[in-house]
Design a protein around this ligand. Structure first.
Ligand code: FAD
Length: 324
């Protein structure tokens, strides 16, 4: 980025950081420097910074908690904005969380207040903005189930917009925000009354299961691939021929776990550099210490090729790339 452009940003936003390592902001602990990094305390500052980037022709992107991102070791020659507005407001059975609110805090606070619906999210790292972006979900719940509306900045006309949930295009790990550029500013959810003690137990149980099943001791970006959803009986017959012993619950859900496929293909523990397929969970690639983004990408492509060749299934990425 040109020095005079950097100066212009720094003049307007003195707290903006230069050459900030993205590895400090991603759960994978991988990523080179962002030319400019701005943690915006209020939505207005974030909007101003994005407007300036657009007027200066500077590439920019939003980073939430960095828990679903693989950032290039070459970094990002542009502006990374991070919503640091994290307010969570409860009103009767409604909760409104700003984009930077930590998803697990929203889950805990609502459960403590006797509101049911977001307990599943207690172990999902990152922010509400990121969770809405990818329609995060697990343990039988997803953002879509309780979302009422999303307030955002629409990039096509740089206008604020409020979308009811039905207009957010939410589906399995997807939303309209993946297809049309927006900055998510806050999200509102409608919950139902629940017993705080029961909700607390549910949360504890979810956390226990996560610790048991996921390699939380290492950096990762969560699930690397989407599960494979099959569409019709014809495809099911074909799968039953190609993939042996598919568990009944996957057949019922019409969704074959990508982690299970990786395990069946004998890829647990597979390693390139310091990037390794977790031996606890086949859909996690962990950073053993000094993994590079290229190692992770080579490993994901090795997995995809093997699954394609053995099972005729093309796995889709769940993780988002930054700086490639
Ligand atoms: C250990 C572990 C476990 C996980 N378990 C789950 C799970 O059970 N279920 C699940 O769904 N996911 C899971 N994930 C993945 C990840 O935590 C979720 O996708 C999470 O919601 C991402 O939020 P984030 O704030 O970290 O987003 P980031 O990783 O920072 O960003 C992800 C994408 O969202 C975009 N984005 C972020 N904030 C905004 C915003 N305000 N406006 C517009 N775009 C935005 C970014 O540009 C990027 O493209 C897991 C990850 C880890 C590391």
């Amino acid at each position: 980025m040109l020095p005079e452009v950097i100066l212009e940003f720094k003049k307007q936003f003195p707290s903006m950081l230069e050459n900030e390592l993205l590895s400090k902001h991603t759960n994978m602990r991988i990523g080179g420097p962002a030319a400019l990094f701005f943690s915006a305390a209020v939505p207005g500052d974030l909007i101003k910074a994005v407007s300036l980037a657009r007027s200066q022709g500077v590439a920019w992107t939003v980073l939430g908690g960095g828990s679903n991102v693989l950032a290039s070791n070459d970094g990002f020659d542009g502006l990374v904005v991070q919503p640091a507005f994290r307010d969570i407001k409860l009103r009767q059975q409604t909760v409104t969380a700003e984009a930077g609110a930590i998803t697990s805090s929203v889950a805990r606070q609502t459960a403590e207040a006797g509101l049911a619906g977001l307990e599943w999210a207690v172990g999902v790292p990152g922010t509400i903005g990121g969770a809405v972006f990818g329609n995060a979900g697990c343990y039988g719940g997803e953002i879509k189930d309780n979302l009422v509306s999303v307030d955002c900045l629409r990039l096509s006309d740089m206008k604020p917009a409020v979308y009811p949930a039905a207009d957010c295009g939410l589906g399995y790990r997807t939303s309209r925000f993946k297809r049309e550029p927006h900055v998510i500013l806050r999200a509102t959810f409608k919950l139902t009354p629940g017993d705080p003690e029961q909700l607390k137990h549910r949360i504890e149980e979810i956390m226990r299961q996560r610790k048991e099943k996921q390699p939380l001791e290492h950096g990762s970006a969560g699930c690397m691939f989407k599960n494979f959803i099959f569409k019709d009986e014809g495809e099911l017959d074909r799968l039953k021929r190609d993939v042996k012993n598919i568990p009944a619950q996957m057949l019922e859900r019409k969704s074959i776990s990508a982690g299970w496929l990786v395990e069946q293909a004998g890829l647990l523990g597979e390693k390139i550099g310091d990037a390794q397929v977790s031996d606890k969970h086949g859909n996690f690639i962990v950073n053993l210490g000094h993994a590079r983004a290229q190692d992770v990408l080579m490993l994901t492509s090795k997995i995809k090729m093997k699954i394609r060749d053995e099972y005729d299934i093309m796995l889709e990425d769940e993780v988002q790339l930054l700086g490639f």
